[in-house]
Design a protein around this ligand. Structure first.
Ligand code: ATP
Ligand code: MG
Length: 640
């Protein structure tokens, strides 16, 4: 007999030393490993993890029932045959042995040929059993390996579907995988042409190129069309090639629908034309998984193209508008800059976005605008290299970053200057004739007595001339501030100045029963400023707030220290300023439509305030809602 494996292990458990000797002699002839022990533990220890080829057990082993030992050995090594060796034959014992699954049964007297035969028989049966096990497990391993291969292919495909937006590439990979995994002869991915209602081949494997290019199938009366109409897959296996309502003859085919948002958009299929090799239910399941990938790829590509279109639209708008736009992401890097903003920031045409915004800001005002962060002062005025003046506004957008929009105010600035020049000239030239008028009127009484009526008329002329002189003085004063003539600077404590100003408005506040809230920052540092102008600024703002707030309203004056600047706010609950008037209220002589004629004023107050603020390197703006109230915000640098 030839050994089944390199090593054969015989386990012998028998109490009789003579029998053991006999067995030893008989069995070691073939140079097999013979292991003789009298307990299960000893036996197991002696062979480690190996599987015995044959087991021989005596009727009683070390006082224990041989049948019990055999039962334990059988459950440990189900594939190894066990021979039971008994002294006395009995039907009962035989029955129990059979029930246990003992392979053979020997009794005394022991004949060598009988024993040899029994061993041979058992070995043969054991070998058969082991071979069967081996071939079964080989089959199982192969099928497992195939499934692992399929899963790997699917995973790989999944990865490329999510990574690639190239539909040609992804669809080809899907069709190739469909053919490889099912073992079919050819495969194709068909898409529905919405315009013609026909199916065309978007990707194919093993089809002729011409066929692929010209393939057009109306979605009616064909196997594929039933897949499209019912959204159900088909599996066809025929013995002889059939023209099963497809465009060509096949033995077997599978088509699964591609369903996007509940609508069939195409089909994925494989078929066998040459050989009669049936396709299986498993193949159908695989194709369904692949179809899912195809649908994901289609949807990805659709979403990408929608995003691209939106992005292009957005970029066209950005490129076309007259305003500059600069977008900075949350980490402070430039995410977007349109052409206008490029020219303001003096960036070369090939400048690429992505770098830190701090690297491209040449203008000090813009640097400060970004450094201020979330602040009330989100505006700056800046000039571009071509001399134009821009109003830059910064808006923080949560989750996105910061956007600065630049609006061209060059012409406004120019107009403002022309108007100032005009006003200065006129007011200056008005002053001399007015002085002459007042001088001569004074002389009138000296040249002869005036009657009562004449005296009354002269007084009226004096009053009017003085009122015009006052107006002209104010204009000249404004002209001087604008021209920066009064450049005196002193250390000023703004809070003290505000308290003095509030004191002077006490009568008006009391008369209108206005609730005054003063919310001043503790320890406002002294600023370098012109004391007269600062007082004028505060007075004018408070005057307006009180003047344009009806009885029982409230006026709040607030100061905040923030990053090297002082923010002063004067807010009221008054009539508010119509949006259409807002751009002009800082202009000279401008009075908004909200004020009744009864409220006195020249319309110069705010233009003086603005000139003072700008003279001190600050900024001023207004927020107002009609019938709700108005807030003026002044920002002054602390070190000027
Ligand atoms: P003046 O200050 O020279 O006496 P005035 O108050 O009319 O005159 P400005 O102070 O320059 O002129 O203000 C211009 C206009 O802006 C006002 O006429 C008014 O229409 C509007 N305005 C200013 N402040 C307020 C405010 N707090 N509430 C409502 N409207 C205001
Ligand atoms: Mg005023």
């Amino acid at each position: 007999m030839t050994p089944a494996s390199d090593k054969e292990i015989y386990l012998i458990a028998h109490s009789d030393a003579q029998i053991r000797l006999l067995l030893q002699r008989m069995l070691t002839k073939d140079r097999r490993d013979l292991i003789m022990r009298e307990s299960l533990e000893d036996l197991r220890k002696a062979i480690n993890d190996e599987i015995p080829t044959l087991i021989i057990v005596g009727e009683k082993v070390k006082g224990k029932s041989g049948l019990d030992l055999a039962a334990e050995l059988i459950s440990l090594y189900p594939a190894s045959p066990v021979i039971l060796f008994v002294e006395h034959d009995s039907p009962d014992l035989l029955k129990r042995a059979m029930r246990l699954g003992i392979a053979d049964y020997l009794t005394f007297p022991l004949r060598t040929d009988e024993l040899t035969e029994a061993i041979e028989r058992c070995l043969k049966r054991g070998q058969q059993r082991q071979q069967w096990l081996k071939s079964e497990s080989k089959k199982m391993t192969e099928s497992l390996r195939r499934r692992v291969g399929e899963l790997e292919t699917l995973t790989e495909l999944g990865r490329s579907v999510t990574a690639s937006l190239n539909l040609d590439e992804v669809f080809s990979a899907i069709v190739n995988a469909a053919v490889n995994l099912t073992g079919a002869e050819e495969g194709s991915l068909l898409l529905l042409d919405e315009a013609t209602g026909e199916l065309y081949m978007r990707a194919a494997h093993n089809f002729q190129e011409d066929f692929v290019r010209t393939f057009r199938l109306p979605v009616k009366d064909s196997t594929i069309s039933s897949v499209i109409h019912t959204s159900q897959p088909v599996l066809v296996n025929e013995k002889s090639p059939q023209k099963i309502k497809t465009a060509y003859l096949v033995h077997s085919l599978i088509y699964v629908p591609l369903i996007l948002h509940d609508h069939p958009v195409g089909a994925l299929g494989v078929d066998n034309r040459m050989e009669n090799a049936p396709l299986k239910e498993r193949d159908l399941k695989l194709l369904e998984a692949l179809a899912e990938f195809a649908v994901i790829a289609l949807e990805n590509a659709r979403l990408y193209s929608v995003t691209e279109q939106e992005k292009n639209k957005f970029q066209t708008v950005l490129a076309g508008i007259q305003d500059g736009v600069l977008l900075v992401d949350k980490s402070g890097n430039v995410a977007l800059v349109n052409d206008v903003a490029r020219s303001i920031l003096n960036l070369p045409a090939d400048w690429k976005t992505g770098g830190p915004v701090s690297a491209i800001l040449a203008q000090q005002e813009l640097k400060e605008l970004f450094e201020q962060g979330e602040s009330l002062s989100n505006r700056a005025e800046t000039a571009s290299p071509d001399g134009r003046v821009w109003d830059a506004r910064l808006v923080a957008i949560p989750e996105v970053g910061k956007v600065v929009s630049f609006h061209d105010i060059t012409h406004l600035k120019k107009l403002d200057r022309i108007k100032s020049d005009f006003v200065n000239t006129v007011s200056h030239d008005l002053r001399s004739p007015l002085t002459a008028i007042l001088g001569y009127i004074e002389l009138l009484g000296r040249v002869g007595p005036l009657n009562e009526a004449q005296q009354d008329f002269v007084q009226r002329v004096v009053n009017s001339a003085q009122s015009i002189t006052g107006l002209v003085d104010e204009l000249l004063n404004l002209g001087r501030i604008e021209a920066g003539f009064d450049s005196r600077r002193e250390n000023i404590h703004l809070d003290q100045l505000i308290r003095l100003s509030l004191e002077s408005f006490k009568p008006q506040i009391a008369e209108k029963q206005i609730r005054l809230v003063s919310d001043l920052a503790k320890e406002i540092p002294a600023i370098q400023a012109n004391p007269v102008q600062m007082r004028q600024m505060v007075d004018n703002l408070l005057d307006n707030a009180i003047k344009y707030t009806p009885k029982n309203g409230s006026v709040t004056i607030r100061s905040i220290i923030e990053q090297n600047q002082i923010i002063l706010q004067v807010a009221d609950t008054g009539v508010g300023i119509p949006a259409s008037d807002l751009p002009y209220i800082f202009d000279k002589f401008y009075r908004a439509g909200n004020v009744e004629n009864a409220v006195a004023g020249t319309g110069l107050g705010l233009s003086i305030v603005r000139s003072i603020v700008e003279n001190h390197g600050g900024r001023i703006w207004v927020d107002s809602v009609v019938k709700k109230g108005t807030t003026f915000t002044v920002v002054l640098p602390l070190q000027s």
